[in-house]
Design a protein around this ligand. Structure first.
Ligand code: ATP
Ligand code: MG
Length: 551
């Protein structure tokens, strides 16, 4: 900065002399107004001020004090005060002189002392300016540090909040994961199938908690196929074979066998396992399940027992019905024989000759045999009639569903689609359940047997309330009945099948008619057969609540 000295001198000639003397020494000095001097001190835009005591008395005391006090911290503007040796400062002026950086320059004015004082003042000023630069640099550095600190703090706050959010999210995710693991575990525990996985060599990786509960084996024994302590002796060979094949060629398995429980009872379990193979085809890991299937097994056995019981009962019922049919069919010819025998005896009795007595005796025996046969027939009919005492109100939908389930148990294997379509108002029939199930079984098995391997394989079972009767329909998409064969369908011992007895339909007719119903055949448009029979509805079915008006 080009430093200069501002002058506040009352005598213009003295002022001019000072400017000249200082200029000769290379120092710029300018005369200024008291206000400009005060402003220059305040704003630090001068190198130094030079004023006479008179000017200080006139303007300086307040203006200079205020300007001096208003300087920035680094600035202490040098002030040269031209004064007489005997100058006595007033109290006010003393205060200014203590406050300000004042150098006295005594009169009479010597160029040398003036220039020395001026140089000293400017040097001091130059040092202040250097200090200012240092201070400003320091301030700038400090500001930079503050800005950096602020931005760092902002980033720390930002990162902290991001981290907090991240941690909260992670904590939440962990909670969710735990919950889902818990759910998975609970689901596994609830599941009847206990999952396990094992390394290729059999080392356990994951085992459901209930493995021991169900198998009575530790995982190690389980993985080694060491069932000898718990499995039923009869099943050990099967288990050994399965484990052998799994261990040697990695064969997947699905076996059922019995294991002994703590209470000494055996229960059926199903064990399944399959390997996961690596790219080279080697077993990498095993997965599997173990399941206690004892209840299912027992249910299956119960079902099989029930079915064989039903077949047994049906046979009894079929025999009863056949007896009734036979009785019906035999009665007329027997009566005719009896009449012919008696007529013959009368005619032979009128003859004479050697052999007559013998013929009469033979005819008498024939008559006795006929009477015996009629008696057998009568008893057969009685027996059949006796069988019909089992009739009562039965729920038709239940009866139909049960019979279809039994008669069509193999529908899945035989790839037959069957559909049951029940009229909700046909609810109760008055019938012997076993016998009606026998009719349904006969019709359904005939339908199954009529289906062709490559044709449509469908069977429909329908009910419909018509007036006071329930009409039950069994229809199929099989070969159908040829028109010439149709009239003889319900006759006994009429069969087109290699292994058929030809009594199914005849027995069915006997049963249905004994129930007060009718049975008939209709050709199915588009191929196949329709068999329908009616049964009287039980009185309860006629109550308005049970059967809404329906025709
Ligand atoms: N749904 C049907 N479709 C085509 N033909 C049928 C059908 N039902 C019965 N038939 C014909 O009627 C005949 C008599 O049937 P029925 O049930 O009385 O005897 P079966 O089935 O031959 O022998 P089984 O006494 O073993 O039942 C059958 O041989 C068959 O020719
Ligand atoms: Mg049949």
């Amino acid at each position: 900065m080009d430093e200069h000295i501002l002058l506040l001198v009352d005598d213009p000639r003295e002022a001019q002399a000072i400017v000249t003397q200082l200029a000769a020494a290379g120092i710029t000095a300018k005369v200024a107004s008291p206000r400009d001097v005060a402003a220059a001190i305040r704003d630090c835009t001068l190198g130094a001020a030079l004023l006479t005591e008179k000017m200080l008395d006139r303007y300086g005391i307040e203006g200079v004090t205020a300007a001096v006090e208003a300087q920035p911290p680094w600035s202490d503007c040098p002030v040269l005060l031209l004064t007489h040796r005997d100058y006595v400062p007033s109290t006010d002026r003393k205060a200014v002189m203590e406050l300000a950086n004042i150098t006295l320059v005594e009169r009479p004015l010597h160029t040398e002392s003036l220039v020395t004082a001026a140089r000293g003042a400017l040097r001091a000023r130059a040092r202040q300016r250097k200090a200012q630069a240092v201070l400003e640099a320091h301030d700038a550095a400090e500001a930079q540090v503050r800005a950096l600190a602020a931005s760092l703090e902002a980033r720390v706050i930002e990162r902290t909040s991001a981290l907090t959010t991240e941690m909260q999210q992670r904590a939440l995710a962990e909670v969710r994961l735990r919950e889902s693991e818990e759910l998975y575990r609970l689901t596994l525990d609830l599941n009847d199938q206990i999952a396990w996985s094992a390394a290729a060599g059999g080392a356990p990786l994951l085992v459901g908690e209930r493995l021991y509960e169900v198998t009575g084996l530790s995982f190690e024994k389980f993985a080694n196929g060491d069932w000898s302590s718990v499995a039923h002796p009869d099943d050990l060979a099967l288990i050994g074979e399965v484990w052998e094949r799994a261990g040697t060629v990695g064969a997947a398995f699905d076996v059922q066998f019995r294991v002994r429980r703590g209470d000494g009872n055996y229960r059926w379990v199903r064990s399944r396992g399959a390997p996961r193979r690596d790219a080279d085809g080697n077993v990498a890991q095993w997965y599997g399940t173990v399941e206690d299937i004892d209840e299912r097994h027992q249910a299956e056995e119960r079902y099989n027992r029930l079915q064989s019981e039903l077949i047994h009962v049906s046979r009894g019922s079929a025999m009863g019905a056949m007896a009734s049919t036979l009785a019906h069919e035999l009665n007329q010819p027997l009566t005719a024989i009896a009449n012919y025998v008696r007529g013959s005896r009368r005619m032979v009795g009128a003859l004479t000759g050697d052999g007559v007595a013998g013929v009469l005796d033979a005819l008498g025996q024939a008559d006795a045999s006929v009477i015996k046969a009629v008696e057998v027939v009568r008893r057969l009919r009685e027996m059949a009639a006796h069988n019909q005492d089992q009739r009562r109100a039965e729920n038709l939908p239940d009866l139909i569903r049960e019979a279809s389930k039994m008669a069509l148990a193999d529908a899945g294997v035989l790839e037959i689609a069957y559909k049951i379509d029940l009229d909700p108002s046909a609810t109760t029939v008055f019938a012997d359940k076993i016998q009606i199930q026998q009719v349904l079984t006969n019709l359904l098995r005939n339908a199954v047997e009529a289906l062709t391997p490559n044709g449509l394989r469908r069977i429909g079972i329908l009910t419909k309330l018509v007036g006071d009767a329930c009409v039950i329909t069994v229809r199929d998409t099989g070969t159908g009945v040829s028109p010439p064969a149709a009239p003889r369908l319900f006759e006994p011992f009429n069969s087109t099948k290699l292994a058929g007895l030809g009594i199914g339909l005849s027995i069915s007719r006997t049963i249905v008619e004994a129930h007060g119903g009718q049975i008939w055949h209709e050709a199915r448009p588009g191929g196949g057969a329709i068999f329908r029979f009616t049964l009287p509805c039980a009185p309860v079915a006629r109550q308005p609540a049970a059967t809404p008006a329906h025709h």
